[in-house]
Ligand binder design. Structure first.
Ligand SMILES: CC(C)(COP(=O)(O)OP(=O)(O)OC[C@H]1O[C@@H](n2cnc3c(N)ncnc32)[C@H](O)[C@@H]1OP(=O)(O)O)[C@@H](O)C(=O)NCCC(=O)NCCSC(=O)C[C@H](O)C(=O)O
Ligand SMILES: [Mg+2]
Length: 287
């Protein structure tokens, strides 16, 4: 399954216009990088940022990461040219902002041709309303991930998200649910806090609890918290291994439910245990 192929615990945005941030990237311990051409880049820097993104991709310096570029949306002056410039570029995925429906994915696929996966930002009211149809177009369009955009969403909803993000809870669930239905990845949105390590840890833990596969980040100071929260703990892996071992016993071969350490465990728990072990192996090999 796609989310087992590689960990996406920490997915770091960097403005493609920020040469110092990009130069720092190879020393960072995140799983994926997103070179941003959209909201973190001022209008007058858009063309230079596009050129800088293509140039650093061509060097191969970012090949240790999953490489993603976030383009401007199709209704801006830059969106169409961003996509055209990325056709054939050495990258893993193109992140489309403000996806409102599956037609946005189809149009991007037409321009990009075969090649990079598509990732879709869910950050508009229309996008939330169309989530199921966006996810349902995953196979047809090569959509591989849904990415929450909490800043744009809060603005459109006119809600005050707050640290617990209570107004967004139904949407967090809906994003994860839609991703699971389509068998694709769900990435939590950014947390804007940079200097409060405890708050960053709480935000990462909340995203992991909600079922997201990883989190998008805006600063290197957020990477370790995300790597910790979205990887299975040593304790969870050890228990998963005990569940696998218990089901492997000859006397349990024909059993659907068994007792492990005083609890009922069914084959659905075995499947989850195997997923955790595979994710742990992927994380270990990444490290
Ligand atoms: C948020 C920042 C503007 C903060 O910048 P600054 O105060 O200058 O950072 P520091 O001084 O703490 O930087 C220390 C060094 O770390 C490097 N750095 C900083 N950020 C990054 C990064 N993202 N990737 C790589 N390296 C980074 C600095 O260059 C410093 O190193 P050096 O230069 O060698 O001294 C800034 O962190 C930033 O721009 N972050 C990314 C912003 C971004 O990409 N935003 C777009 C994605 S979020 C979004 O769009 C939300 C979504 O769409 C929604 O709707 O919710
Ligand atoms: Mg946004």
């Amino acid at each position: 399954m796609l989310h087992l192929e590689r960990p996406r615990r920490s997915v770091l945005f960097m403005p493609a216009s920020n040469g110092r941030a990009i130069a720092r990237a190879p020393s960072l311990n995140c799983d994926s990088v997103i070179l941003d051409l959209e909201d973190s880049v001022a209008s007058e820097a858009k063309l230079a940022a596009r050129g800088a993104a293509l140039a650093v991709l061509a060097t191969g310096e970012l090949n240790v990461f999953e490489r993603v570029v976030r383009v401007n949306s199709a209704d801006t002056a830059w969106g169409a040219d961003d996509l055209a410039a990325l056709r054939g570029a050495p990258l893993d995925a193109v992140l489309l902002p403000k996806v409102d429906g599956p037609d946005t994915l189809r149009a991007a696929r037409d321009v990009l041709g075969e090649g990079p996966a598509l990732w879709a930002m869910i950050e508009t009211c229309a996008g939330v309303a169309a989530l199921r149809s966006i996810a349902a177009a995953a196979r047809e369009t090569g959509l591989a991930a849904l990415v929450l955009g909490p800043n744009d969403l809060a603005r459109e909803l006119r809600c005050t998200s707050g640290e617990d993000r209570a107004p967004l809870w139904p949407i967090l669930t809906e994003v994860v649910l839609s991703a699971r239905l389509a068998g694709i990845v769900a990435l939590d949105g950014v947390t804007n806090v940079i200097d409060d390590a405890a708050a960053i840890e709480r935000a990462c833990a909340q995203g992991a609890r909600w079922g997201f596969d990883g989190k998008t980040l805006i600063h290197p100071a957020q990477i370790e918290a995300a790597n910790g929260a979205f990887a299975p703990s040593a304790e969870a892996v050890a228990r998963a291994e005990r569940i696998v071992a218990a089901f492997a016993l000859p006397e349990h071969e024909a059993r659907g439910a068994i007792r492990v350490e005083g609890e009922m465990v069914e084959r659905l728990h075995l499947a989850e245990a195997e997923r955790l072990i595979a994710l742990d192996r992927a994380v270990q090999s990444r490290q």
